[in-house]
Every structure is written in structure tokens, then in C-alpha cells.
Design a protein around this ligand. Structure first.
Ligand code: FAD
Ligand code: NAP
Length: 537
């Protein structure tokens, strides 16, 4: 029998969530340890090393706010940091707060079983270790399980095949190669312009075009950084109370349907020139009113027609089957202009679907293509995927994946009834992927930390979401989503990208600020909606 490691808190994952969770737990005097499948810290920014990978929210906002000293000493080089700088930042955080001594790398958590007699979790690893912990925190990410290649013949391909979500650490040199990229989501839209610069020829296979807005990235402006520093505490607090968890989104109260055509054009132009997500928040009714949304669609379509010289290619790149902003907006650097290059071809899979991957490339209904390399930019089994990969068993041996067959059920996206003392950071039912994730991560880690401290101070050993509170929250999450246009897109927010996944809107669309108040109220009322009981052992 392997020796059991006893902890107060076991933390799974060493990305933004796990690192901050570890720092908090240690500071509060709990014994804690992080288990991470990868060989380094960084999570998303450890795995996604494809060319062009960078943040879609301005770096000074997509960073921790918990330590003013950390904020003072770290200077971002670009408005939107690239993956290597984000990874360097997270390594710096791990070193600065001396976190590595409590992180175990190359260790995957395979099972977590709740023991009702002791009120503790028994957690198993792929290396045969066993950990017993009072609390279990799943800091495993929303986008950490890549979608499997679901195309026939993929295993027969003899060239180089890559998935953007687990890119080789040594990088890939496409110089002189014929390359095929499958997918046109954010990962593809970031990598296509970079791959096109290297490859002899690049063929992009698009099933559904995406809305993409320019980042207008560049060196970080020292004046903006200084202004940010001077007012940081206030700005961070505003971001925490905002709809998306960041201020550069610049949310507007104005309605597109009430604006004149000139006002709409002026607003859209200004935001397009500003760059980034502010385009999606140009008017308050864009995500709830189809008429308002159509104005945004029309504006973006006009931009694509302006940029892309071949009118046929431009038409193919214009999304026409779902409303603007109902999938996470892509923020790009030169994406549409890349199709003006003589070495880039766009293949519309709606016209000529892929029939099979072949040993030399792939075959569509129209022709055979030969490639030295195929890049699968096909996305992730989002939000529920990482939790579903672990055999999590709560009261009565109930498996979480069985409880969630028809879709995830949580209270506040933090806990699920029947799974006491098991917390999820940015779990389904919380704003998470609809927000600046670092703001949402910090909020969850702080809430969980306050909760376990409160339980300890009040001699309570076990906390568990009640079925009633969970049912009411799930209804609220669904009702809120149904008032928006988000449910009209076949997005990964709805699980639509994974065959067989139930169609349920996964994140909470009510807004980061509103959600934060709800979580604060629940805690202030002695954890309303949760059942509490004293420690049994
Ligand atoms: P992750 O960073 O995903 O870390 C989770 C860690 O848990 C991983 O390292 C994983 O290996 C580990 N893990 C999972 N399961 C197990 C297990 N069973 N055992 C052991 N370890 C396990 N969000 C934004 O707000 N803005 C952005 O610009 C942005 N860009 C993104 C770009 C890409 C390419 C992707 C994929 C996501 C992006 N996101 C972005 C979302 C991003 O995931 C979050 O911003 C944030 O990095 C999540 O941090 P995390 O620690 O919660 O999860
Ligand atoms: P994604 O948005 O799910 O895009 C996957 C793409 O692959 C889609 O175009 C999809 O087409 C296509 N696809 C999937 N399976 C296919 C198949 N069998 N045949 C042909 N095409 C197929 O995944 P992603 O681009 O990795 O992005 C996921 C999320 O990660 C983003 O939404 C964002 O939240 C985050 N992200 C952020 C950034 C950033 O800018 N910082 C960068 C990358 C990722 P369909 O649409 O037709 O299914």
C-alpha cells in the first residue's frame, strides 16, 4: 500500500488558479500541495505555445491584482502579452512567492473519493500516490482538455501533426513546408498569420467563420502604465465590479437601436480603431437584440470586405449563421489580411467537407491535398471536460460525471450538491470564460479561502451545496442565458463543439460584478444555500 500524504487542502492544477490558491492557503496556515500534470507552472500558457499565442485582454488587466508589490515590479512589454511573456510572468510568481516547494509536477490526479465517515477526500495520482485531504480544490482550468481529432483516417497520416493546445516546447519551423490548418477559432486566427509567414503554402480549412476584431497590439505605452499604477487600487476594484471583469471592455449604456446610422458608424469605427473587446461592448443591446446585433454584423462584414481583396474569399470569411459576439470574440493581428498573401488558400468546408485524413494529407469532397504538416486548431472539451477526466465520487459513491450526464449542476459554479468540501475554481455556472479570467479566478480563490477559514473558525468540518440552492442557481443560469443571443450560436459555451455533449449553456452570463455581490451575500449570511456540519474526525 502506498503511504498516504495528509493535507488540509489538495489543489489540482498549477495555472493562474492553482498558484494563487497555494499562496493563499499557505498564508492562512493550512497545509496544502499542488499537483500538476505538466512539468512546469502556467497552465494554459504552459501548454498553448503555438505561434502567435497571446492574451486577448490587455496585459495590465489580465494579471494578478492580489499583490501591489508584484504589480509594481512587473513591467509588461506589450499591450497584449505573448505566450512566452505570460509564461515568464507565471514562473516569476511561482518563484517570488516560493511556491515551487509545494508543487508536484508531472503528476496527474486520476480519482477523488469522498469518505463520509471521516469527511475527507482520498485523492489518487497516476504515479500511484494517495493523498488524504479535508478540502479538494479543482483548479484544473476550463480549457485544459483538448478536443480529440474527430476526423476519419487521422491515425494514418504520415506527416507532422500538431494540436495548438499541446504544442511542442521546442517550437515548430514550418519554413518551406506545405501546411494545412483545420479550424478558424481564436487559436487558429492567432496562429494562421504567423504560420503563413513561414510556410511555402498554407491551406486553411474553415467550417464556420469567426468574428474577429483587431488587437492593434504594440509596445506597452509607459504613460498608460504609469496612469494605471497611480490609480491601480481604484481601477482594479472597478474591474471587479464590472460586467466582464476588465475596464478596457469599456461597456456602454447606449442602445444601437436608438442611435442614428451616423452615431452607430462613428461608435463602431472608434472602437475598431481602439482594438480588442471594446468592439463587443459598443452598445448595450448587441448581445440581447437581433436588430442591434445585425448592425454590428454589418459593420464587421464591411471591414472584412475592405481588407480582403478577393471578394469571394471575403464573403466566405464573413460569419452569417450566428449573431456577433455570441462566441468569444477573436482578437487578431493581421488575420483577414493574411488571405491577401499569394501563399494562403481558404477552403470552405461547408461547400467541400473533409472526407478523410489520408497518409499524405487530407481529402475533401472536391480534391486531395498533400501536406508536410497538419495543425489541428480544433479547440477544447471546455469547462466540464477536465472535471470529467477525473473519477470524482461524492456521497454514496455517486460519480460527478453521472450526476452531470444531462449537463453540469452547481451552486454558484463553486460546488455541486453531494460533493462536500470539493471546490471548483471558475466552474460551470460561474462567469469564468465570459470574463477576464484572472479577475474571476482571484474572486473564486478569495471566496474559497474565506470559506475554509470561516469553517475552521466556526468548528465546522463539512460544507455542501444544498439541492434546493443548486436547483435554483441552475434555473437562474439557464434563464439568464435564454434572455441573450448567446444561445443562438453553436459554440463551445453550449458544448456544441463536442459530439454527444448535452446542449447546456455552461458559464453564467449575468456579469462578474452582479455575480460577485451574490457570492458576497451568500457568505455574509453564513453560507446561505450550503449545509454545514461539524468535523466528524
Ligand atoms: P489552466 O491555466 O488551464 O491550468 C489548469 C492546470 O491544471 C493545467 O496546467 C493542467 O495541466 C492542470 N490539470 C488539469 N487536470 C489535471 C489533473 N487531473 N491532474 C493534474 N493536473 C491537471 N482567458 C482570458 O481571460 N483571456 C485570454 O486572453 C485568454 N487566452 C487564452 C488562450 C488560450 C489558448 C486558451 C486555451 C485559453 C485562454 N484563456 C484566456 C482562458 C485561460 O484558460 C484562463 O485565462 C486561465 O489561464 C486559466 O487558468 P487556470 O489556472 O484556471 O487553468
Ligand atoms: P474553438 O473556438 O472551439 O475553435 C475550434 C475551431 O475548429 C472551430 O473553427 C471549429 O469549427 C473547428 N473544428 C473543430 N472540429 C472540427 C472538425 N472536425 N472539422 C473541421 N473543423 C473543426 O477553439 P480555439 O480556437 O482553441 O479557442 C477556444 C477558446 O480558447 C477561445 O474561444 C478563447 O476563449 C480561448 N482562446 C483565447 C485566445 C486568445 O485570443 N487569447 C486564443 C486561443 C484560445 P466549428 O466552429 O464549425 O465547430
Amino acid at each position: 500500500m502506498p503511504e498516504t500524504t495528509n493535507l488540509d487542502v489538495v489543489i489540482v492544477g498549477a495555472g493562474f488558479s492553482g498558484l494563487y490558491m497555494m499562496h493563499k492557503m499557505r498564508g492562512l496556515g493550512f497545509s496544502a500541495r499542488v499537483y500538476e500534470a505538466g512539468s512546469g507552472v502556467g497552465g494554459t500558457w504552459y501548454w498553448n505555445r503555438y505561434p502567435g499565442a497571446r492574451v486577448d485582454i490587455e496585459s495590465q488587466e489580465y494579471s494578478y491584482s492580489f499583490s501591489p508589490e508584484l504589480e509594481d515590479e512587473w513591467v509588461w512589454s506589450e499591450r497584449y502579452a505573448a505566450q512566452p511573456e505570460l509564461l515568464k510572468y507565471l514562473n516569476h510568481v511561482a518563484d517570488r512567492f516560493d511556491l515551487r516547494r509545494d508543487i508536484q509536477f508531472e503528476t496527474r490526479i486520476t480519482a477523488a473519493v469522498f469518505d463520509e465517515a471521516s469527511g475527507r477526500w482520498t485523492v489518487s495520482t497516476n504515479t500511484g500516490e494517495v493523498i488524504s485531504a479535508r478540502f479538494c480544490v479543482m483548479a484544473i482550468g476550463c480549457l485544459s482538455v483538448t478536443k480529440d481529432v474527430d476526423l476519419p483516417g487521422a491515425e494514418t497520416y504520415l506527416g507532422h501533426a500538431y494540436h495548438t493546445g499541446h504544442w511542442p516546447h521546442e517550437g515548430v519551423d514550418f519554413t518551406g513546408q506545405s501546411v494545412g490548418v483545420i479550424g478558424t477559432g481564436s487559436s487558429a486566427i492567432q496562429s494562421i498569420p504567423q504560420i503563413a509567414k513561414q510556410a511555402a503554402h498554407l491551406t486553411v480549412f474553415q467550417r464556420t467563420p469567426n468574428f474577429s476584431v483587431p488587437a492593434h497590439n504594440g509596445p506597452a505605452d509607459p504613460e498608460i502604465a504609469a496612469r494605471w499604477k497611480a490609480n491601480r487600487a481604484e481601477l482594479r476594484e472597478q474591474a471587479r465590479r464590472s460586467a466582464g471583469g476588465f475596464l478596457s471592455m469599456d461597456t456602454s449604456e447606449a442602445l444601437a437601436v436608438e442611435a442614428t446610422p451616423e452615431e452607430r458608424q462613428q461608435t463602431f469605427e472608434a472602437r475598431w480603431a481602439q482594438g480588442g473587446f471594446c468592439m463587443g461592448a459598443a452598445f448595450a443591446d448587441i448581445t440581447v437584440d437581433l436588430t442591434a446585433n445585425a448592425y454590428a454584423v454589418e459593420f464587421v462584414a464591411g471591414k472584412i470586405r475592405e481588407i480582403v481583396k478577393d471578394p469571394e474569399v471575403a464573403e466566405k470569411l464573413i460569419p452569417k449563421t450566428y449573431p456577433f459576439g455570441t462566441k468569444r470574440l477573436c482578437v487578431d493581428t493581421g488575420y483577414h489580411a493574411t488571405y491577401n498573401r499569394p501563399n494562403v488558400t481558404l477552403v470552405d468546408l461547408k461547400e467541400t467537407p473533409i472526407e478523410t485524413i489520408t497518409p499524405t494529407g487530407l481529402r475533401t469532397s472536391a480534391k486531395d491535398y498533400a501536406f508536410d504538416s497538419i495543425v489541428y486548431a480544433i479547440g477544447f472539451d471546455a469547462m466540464t471536460g477536465p472535471l470529467g477526466r477525473i473519477d470524482i465520487r461524492g456521497r454514496g459513491g455517486m460519480a460527478l460525471r453521472d450526476k452531470w450526464t444531462a449537463g453540469p449542476r452547481t451552486y454558484l459554479g463553486l460546488m455541486s450538491a453531494g460533493f462536500p468540501n470539493l471546490f471548483m475554481v471558475t466552474g460551470p455556472g460561474s462567469p469564468s470564460v465570459l470574463s477576464n479570467m484572472v479577475t474571476s479566478i482571484e474572486q473564486h480563490v478569495d471566496w474559497i479561502s474565506d470559506c475554509v477559514t470561516w469553517l475552521t473558525n466556526h468548528q465546522q468540518g463539512v460544507i455542501e451545496a444544498t439541492v434546493e440552492a443548486e436547483d435554483a442557481w441552475v434555473d437562474h443560469v439557464n434563464e439568464t442565458a435564454n434572455t441573450t443571443l448567446y444561445v443562438k450560436a453553436n459554440s463551445w459555451y453550449l458544448g456544441a463543439n463536442i459530439p454527444g455533449k448535452p446542449r447546456v449553456f455552461l458559464p453564467y452570463v449575468g456579469g462578474v460584478g452582479v455575480y460577485r455581490v451574490k457570492c458576497e451575500e451568500v457568505a455574509a449570511k453564513g453560507y446561505e444555500g450550503f449545509a454545514l456540519s461539524p468535523a466528524t474526525a
